[in-house]
Design a protein around this ligand. Structure first.
Ligand code: PLP
Length: 442
């Protein structure tokens, strides 16, 4: 399969034999959910329970989760479970009634984004998914600029609404990039000299702005995932500041999509954009925000939000309800109480060091990069080309060894290692023991 489609980079296909019970569950699911859904791995995993970094399948076998960034403070964290249960047993309504929980949480969230200088992110709106808040951010940017044109990276994924699939080139398949969209190369630190990365990225942004202006669409926004995860994980923090300056000179809006790097994942800060030293106009977030409860948000500078907020009443039935806000507040508690940002930084560094040790004996590992607990391992063929098949084989070999990872990047050859933030030293040892065995057997 050609990796023009992010969903098929590591997906089950029926040519691989599975046991009869799995086969019958897959058949029932296909019959009822239809063919749009994908399952991970050649032998899909049927999970029934989770705890911390551990997942358990229907036969009771234990897996190490080195992939899931939704249950970011650990699967079924007792503090989150307790907060959700308590609120669910008390009240669950919506944002058309007064409730203190959303105001208190919003202030806490905005405090994590406070920056030097006059540009402050000072308001926040709620939805249930990253797709919805990116959709909202596009509308806000369009109202602010009066223009429609959007710049994305060439293998970006920003979600699944109509407006957002039109800015998600990595979906491929039958989805079509909008005529108002320009895709530029991500800041590929493996193939571009470090000193040239920021200049190249900025030059591409400037050229795309000019092209959009000439096309009649005008220039509305640059939106990037600030760790460039679907593009192949590019953590170099030098690239965004000059690009964002160019966006602002052209009157455009910078949207930081923090769905992947947000909430302490990168170890350096709560937010990927802070690592780059920029203050976005709009920040979107979701996935780890509620540790699995469906809560997402768009934080904004109020001057950027104003034309939309004044003109368009907003209501999202489930977005920001008291139960999901209780989950989100509990997630912030755990990040603080268990010092998970520091853990992401230290354990992530340890993981990259141990992987570098393995790379010394395995020339097929071309690059190890990342920030905190967002780690990419670029696999190459003997001739130095991207090794899509080899990466996929390793992901499946790791699954057979009960360690869960996946792949990303244009060529599907970058191993994506993104465990819950409670990953420990001994989890790193477990991971590296199995990874070494899988590499040696390959
Ligand atoms: C960077 C990024 N933005 C947005 C989304 C969409 O989020 P959701 O699936 O919650 O709609 C994703 C989902 O994977 C993502 O990775």
């Amino acid at each position: 399969m050609n990796f023009s489609n992010i969903m098929d980079s590591n997906s089950y296909s029926p040519d691989h034999p599975v046991d009869p019970a799995t086969e019958s569950l897959i058949a029932a699911r296909d019959r009822i959910l239809g063919p749009a859904y994908r399952l991970f791995y050649e032998r899909p995993v049927h999970l029934v329970r989770g705890e911390g970094t551990r997942l358990y399948d229907a036969d009771g076998a234990c897996y190490l989760d080195a992939y899931n960034n939704v249950a970011s403070v650990g699967h079924c964290h007792p503090h989150v479970v307790e907060a959700v249960s308590r609120q669910l047993a008390t009240l669950n309504t919506h944002t058309r009634y007064l409730h203190g929980g959303i105001v208190d949480y919003s202030q806490r969230l905005l405090d994590t984004m406070r920056s030097e200088g006059p540009d402050q992110i000072d308001q926040v709106m709620y939805a249930c998914t990253g797709s919805e808040v990116n959709d909202l951010a596009l509308r806000v940017a369009e109202m602010r600029t009066g223009a429609k044109g959007v710049i994305v990276t060439s293998d970006a994924y920003h979600g699944n609404t109509a407006a957002v699939t039109a800015i998600s080139p990595s979906l491929g398949g039958a989805t079509v990039l909008g005529e108002h969209v320009r895709a530029i190369a991500p800041p590929d630190s493996f193939r571009t000299p470090r000193g040239e990365l920021a200049a190249r990225f900025t030059a591409d942004v400037v050229a795309a702005i000019e092209d959009l202006q000439a096309s009649g669409a005008g220039f509305s926004a640059l939106i990037v995932d600030t760790i460039f995860s679907s593009d192949g994980i590019y953590p170099d923090p030098s690239v965004l500041a000059p690009a964002v300056a160019a966006v602002h000179r052209a009157g455009g809006v910078f949207i930081a999509d923090e769905v992947q790097p947000g909430f302490a994942r990168t170890g350096d800060d709560m937010w990927g954009f802070t690592r780059h030293g920029v203050v976005p106009d709009l920040v979107t977030m979701g996935k780890p925000m509620g540790n699995g409860m469906p809560i997402a948000a768009m934080a904004a500078r109020s001057d950027i939000l104003e034309p939309f907020a004044r003109g368009v009443p907003y209501f999202n039935t489930f977005g920001g309800n008291p139960v999901t806000v209780a989950a989100a507040a509990a997630v912030l508690d755990v990040i603080e109480d268990e010092k998970l940002m520091r853990n992401a930084s230290e354990v992530g560094a340890q993981l990259r060091t141990e992987l570098a040790g393995l790379a010394a004996d395995h020339p097929r590992i071309g690059d190890i990069r990342g920030a905190g607990l967002y780690v990419g391992v670029e696999m190459l063929t003997e001739s130095g080309a991207p090794d899509r098949a080899g990466a996929k084989a390793l992901v499946n070999a790791m699954r057979e060894r009960r360690v869960l990872i996946s792949v990303c990047g244009r060529d599907g050859n970058v191993l994506k290692i993104r465990p819950p933030l409670v990953f420990s030293d001994s989890d790193v040892d477990w991971f590296c023991t199995e990874f070494a065995a899988a590499l040696n057997a390959a």
